[in-house]
Design a protein around this ligand. Sequence first.
Ligand SMILES: CC(C)(COP(=O)(O)OP(=O)(O)OC[C@H]1O[C@@H](n2cnc3c(N)ncnc32)[C@H](O)[C@@H]1OP(=O)(O)O)[C@@H](O)C(=O)NCCC(=O)NCCS
Length: 217
Amino acid sequence: MNDIIIRRETKKDERAVEELTREAFWNVYKPGADEHYYVHMMRNHPDFIPELDYVIEHEGRIVAMIMYTKAWLEDETGYRKEIVSCGPICVAPEYQRQKLGKLLLETTFDIARKMGYDVNVNLGNPGNYVSRGFVSCKKKNVSFISGGNYPTALLVAELVPGALDGRAWTYIPSTAADCCEDAAAVEAFDADFPPKEKKWMPSQEEFYIYSHSSITR
Ligand SMILES: CC(C)(COP(=O)(O)OP(=O)(O)OC[C@H]1O[C@@H](n2cnc3c(N)ncnc32)[C@H](O)[C@@H]1OP(=O)(O)O)[C@@H](O)C(=O)NCCC(=O)NCCS
């Protein structure tokens, strides 16, 4: 796609980005979605990184978005390294699989690198990320805070090769997504959008498998 603009999100884009996020995530990981509420709340969270909040515009419409929060890796001595965590990222359904997701990730990787970050850790569907350089957390010795294990969905990208030197790290995510645990708040926020049918989709089972399994060897 040639006639697209990739740029920072502005105040004026906020509602359009929330509508896009709702549309792109609806029924993908669960019946309905809460990512649009997460986006709404994240902008005011202290871990939100505005410099990495990007959108893609096509013919005056926002068709893709990405946001980031700070996160941390802690080693066995208690040393904490600040890193970035991408997500949500989404592309309008009719624009998917045309490399807009790739463009958003690669553009923001460059900016994060210039800001001094060298690692990006993300919980997501591996199929969406492995071609962007993410590998299993097990390969980088990064375990998850709850349970000290290596979830299949926990993915690590070194923005600077060799940034992780093999020592054992524990991933400490931002608390920004905790807002979505308040189901009543999510519902109340969603009520301000046009009604949309919640239903089961096979991708929800795929996500269940990824998010409930671990790499053991
Ligand atoms: C996931 C998402 C952001 C990817 O963006 P996209 O613009 O559709 O993806 P891209 O065209 O940039 O392709 C990214 C990778 O997806 C895979 N991919 C592309 N086309 C594919 C297809 N037809 N079938 C399966 N995988 C495909 C490839 O691995 C591709 O990388 P590569 O071709 O460079 O090796 C987008 O599909 C989306 O919004 N999905 C719904 C919301 C979501 O799931 N967000 C991610 C949360 S984990």
